[in-house]
Ligand binder design. Sequence first.
Ligand code: ADP
Ligand code: MG
Length: 238
Amino acid sequence: MIEVEHLSKSFNGQPVLEDLSFSISDGEILVILGESGSGKSVLLKHLIGILKPDQGTIRVNGKDIVPLPERKLLGIRRDIGYLFQDGALYDFMTVYENVAFPLKEHTALKRRETVEKVTKILTQVGLAGALAKYPAELSGGMRKRAALARAVILDSKILLCDEPTSGLDPIKSREISNLIHGLCRDLKCTTVVASHDMENSLRIADRMILLRKGRIVARGTPDDMKSSQDAFIQEFLT
Ligand SMILES: Nc1ncnc2c1ncn2[C@@H]1O[C@H](COP(=O)(O)OP(=O)(O)O)[C@@H](O)[C@H]1O
Ligand SMILES: [Mg+2]
């Protein structure tokens, strides 16, 4: 459960997020929709404490993370999978090594258990045949899949995805969106997806919020959004 209350953030006196309140229930997929520059990435970074708000509280499983020192935040971040917009794989590691890396850093799993776990998740994301490849040898869609596998390898119960479909063609966008949806349901992950991809968001979201210039201008289920008469939502939908 993630609960955000009255979150505000400015950069150099310029408001970027203004008085945001919303919550995400366990196992739910919330999509934060908004045009480029609306504050989606800034908001996601607040949820793992990379950025601190000027005002407001952010409770993760009941605990306000805003006042926590960096040392405590590291522990919280370990339990949160984060799919960065650019994939952010290590270029000098194979796909296998990239996904195994968090396990080596944070667990005492034996080699055989690591191999099993990594192979299983890579099979799940459709990369069983690419274990030994380096990121430079992968297509954009495959890089996103690998990054997604790495994001959930520590059995995170919270998954944050920043623009998972950006830079992908419509078919690959659909595939990665379906994959996120399937993984979240499978792993019972509480999931927040930042996106400007309305079509895929409508398909995978349990609930959505629409950001505009740092404010929530609409919220609801995909059906609520589709039936809204609001001009801005309709413009965004089409
Ligand atoms: N570290 C920062 N310092 C100053 N301004 C920032 C910083 N990060 C983001 N911004 C500004 O905040 C606004 C929202 O950015 P962002 O959250 O990245 O938008 P989105 O992800 O929705 O495209 C933009 O105007 C951006 O320039
Ligand atoms: Mg962004």
